[in-house]
Design a protein. Structure first.
Length: 338
């Protein structure tokens, strides 16, 4: 029999050098039951190639990982394997996004036990500040930076892959290094990708793009509005889709109807977050249960967040946080059906 249970998401605020940010997180993770067991993990793999690729793409990410290793008291190879976002296994997950020229709304669907359950607000010394949901600590599932650039990932196929970066690492790096959609697209096309993923992107000026990224090729689609789920649409890449994409197609069809309505950030939030919505799912054990709903508004940097379903939204001003005027709760809470 299904039961409602609490889902808590920690709000993490980070400022300073990449290394110091890593140390702060590492110290906190060392006290967390989920991560404490990793202290004893012994990595026998040679992580030299992963380290080389991370340093090439983002030296600051490597510094953060070094800080995590120091804070947790683990060796650097273990830290790179756990937090590097390079050549790692990625479980199945689902994501649904709709965006127009003024807001970006998204549901993230996964398993609650493997979910980081962390909303991270970060202001690094070298890189753009951002707000977003983490995965594997250094990665981001979705987020918005201080320039009003928004990005989210949509896993297409985790069974087709080669050595490269996880989509979570790519999202984090885009938020840290890119200011507009064009820069993000160029950045994504330069990175080696491990799996098949869609990236939905918009910026403060309302410029939208979907990048269909496979290990071999990246295709860019630009539209007035973003409708993005978990399959490729381009003729060049659609053969790489999962064998069954009916659910992804059904969500896209529903989004196409919503696209014609005059949605506000508020109305879009409630359409996505209500539990009887065709965009909300409860299959948590099958890695397809809705864990968070988020609306990013790049023009004013406002954010609306719901944890679980039928959740009154938490609303933040990222602008005010950057000014040091926004006091945030330590935890966001909601309920899911297990």
């Amino acid at each position: 029999m299904s039961q409602r249970k609490n889902l808590q998401v920690e709000v993490v605020e980070l400022k300073g050098s990449a290394y110091d940010i890593g140390v702060k997180q590492g110290v906190a993770l060392k006290l967390h039951p989920k991560w404490r067991q990793q202290e004893e993990l012994q990595i026998n793999e040679d992580m030299a190639e992963a380290r080389k690729q991370i340093e090439k793409i983002s030296p600051t990410l490597l510094k953060e990982i070094e800080g995590l290793a120091a804070g947790m008291g683990i060796n650097i190879n273990t830290a790179i394997k756990l937090f590097g976002g390079y050549n790692m296994q990625m479980p199945s997950m689902g994501c649904t996004t709709l965006a127009n020229d003024s807001f970006y709304v998204r549901n993230y669907d996964f398993n609650d036990e493997l979910y980081d359950a962390r909303l991270v607000l970060i202001r690094p010394d070298n890189g753009y500040a951002s707000i977003g949901f983490s995965q594997q600590i250094t990665g981001r599932l979705d987020g918005m930076n201080e320039k009003g650039l928004v990005i989210g990932l949509h896993l297409v196929n985790e069974r087709i892959g080669q050595e490269g970066f996880l989509a979570t690492a790519v999202c984090r790096l885009v938020l840290e290094h890119c200011a507009v959609t064009g820069e993000a697209v160029s950045f994504i096309k330069q990175i080696p990708h491990q799996y098949c993923v869609n990236f939905s992107i918009m910026d403060k000026e309302g410029n939208n793009a979907i990048v269909e990224a496979s290990p071999e090729k990246q295709i860019v689609r630009k539209n007035a509005q973003i409708i993005c789920t978990n399959h490729f649409e381009s003729e060049q890449l659609n053969r790489k889709n999962r064998a069954v994409i009916s659910g992804s197609l059904e969500r896209k069809k529903y989004l196409s109807v919503l696209e014609k309505e005059k949605l506000t950030p508020d109305s879009a939030y409630y359409i996505f977050n209500r539990e009887h919505s065709p965009l909300f799912f409860k299959h948590y054990k099958e890695f397809f249960g809705t864990l968070h709903t988020v609306v990013y508004c790049p023009k004013d940097l406002n954010v609306m967040i719901g944890i679980g379903g039928d959740c009154a939204p938490y609303e933040f001003s990222f602008t005010e946080w950057l000014k040091g005027k926004e006091k945030l709760p330590g935890m966001l809470e909601g309920k899911i059906i297990s």
